[in-house]
Design a protein around this ligand. Structure first.
Ligand code: ADP
Ligand code: MG
Length: 294
């Protein structure tokens, strides 16, 4: 039988917008040293929009959007949606592509008119070993300073033909959640596949103690392990497929309810209302409930 305290606890949790899949994790939540948040879709709304475009090759803006929206055609990523929307807004239709490939945590790739086109962020540029032109680097630096993410359209393996700056919105509740965690003596960290300067801007804005940027999907859980090896009890909060191993690795894995199925299946606790403040409620509820049990 379920102990009475835990039964009460679980229904209280449900009233507080959280679903508990693992009761041991719920109990662990009162002992946390650090909470690590994924950036995109967790601290931010993940509703990105294209705010500016830098043309860097001989394709005009129309061609750039035809190709970019074509290459993103089969991707469910928030950035892909933003690029397709921007193309539609410009009245541009997608070019047809073949051999679509999802380069997880980096971007996408497809064949257009017989040649390869890549579209992706800083991790892609690094993987391909591309040196950006001065103009593109300035564009990216300015965007980054404004916490805008940049993705690059690459013709072949090395020619950047355009760069897009995308703006996302920080959730109102993120700041309050981080302040409240600090008041409880809990550190806050952030993890993202996005660039160093975007990560820094968001971390500064929110008062985050420590961040990891340009992290590849296969490295996310090792960042959680790194914190654990420092003797810390870690909660991970995430929404994406890429966050799943980190959610599993963490002492308390917290999935955002609107996140991907894989993230939800990997979480110990699900935040039904997608509200970072519910992480604070979770810690409070854990402290209150398990104190009673002792
Ligand atoms: P995050 O860690 O920011 O939640 P991901 O791990 O999904 O996001 O992606 C990491 C980075 O890879 C993104 O910030 C972006 O630069 C790039 N990327 C991923 N998917 C795409 C895509 N479909 N189109 C363009 N860029 C992408
Ligand atoms: Mg995410």
């Amino acid at each position: 039988a379920v102990p009475l305290v835990v039964a009460i606890n679980t229904s209280t949790a449900a009233q507080n917008g959280m679903l508990i899949r693992d009761r041991i994790a719920m109990e662990e939540a009162r002992n946390l040293d650090i909470v690590m948040f994924d950036k995109t879709g967790t601290l931010t709304k993940g509703e990105q929009g294209v705010v500016s475009v830098e043309i860097a090759g001989d394709w005009d803006e129309r061609r750039v959007f035809e190709v970019a929206s074509g290459v993103e055609g089969d991707s469910e990523h928030m950035i892909a949606r933003a690029i397709r929307t921007a193309a539609e807004e410009r009245g541009v239709s997608r070019t047809s592509v073949s051999d679509f490939e999802n380069l997880r945590g980096r971007g996408v790739k497809a064949t257009v008119d017989g040649s390869t086109v890549h579209l992706g962020g800083p991790n892609l540029i690094q993987t391909l070993g591309i040196e950006r032109s001065a103009d593109v680097a300035v564009f990216a630096d300015e965007a980054g300073a404004n916490a805008q993410s940049v993705v690059y359209l690459v013709r072949g393996e090395s020619e950047i033909v355009a760069a897009f700056a995308l703006a996302d919105v920080i959730r109102d509740e993120s700041r309050r959640a981080i302040d409240a965690l600090h008041e409880m003596g809990i550190e806050v960290a952030m993890l993202t596949g996005d660039s160093e300067d975007v990560a820094r801007a968001v971390a500064d804005e929110l008062g985050i103690d420590q961040y990891f940027a340009e992290v590849l999907p296969e490295e996310k859980d090792t960042k959680v392990a790194q914190l654990q090896s420092e003797g810390k009890r870690v909660a991970m909060v995430g929404d994406g497929v890429n966050d799943a191993p980190a959610l599993t690795r963490a002492d308390v894995g917290i999935a955002i309810g609107s996140g991907t199925d894989v993230a939800i299946e990997s979480g110990d606790i699900i935040l039904v209302d997608n509200n970072p403040l519910d992480v604070v409620r979770l810690v409070r509820l854990s402290k209150a409930s398990y104190r009673k049990m002792q």
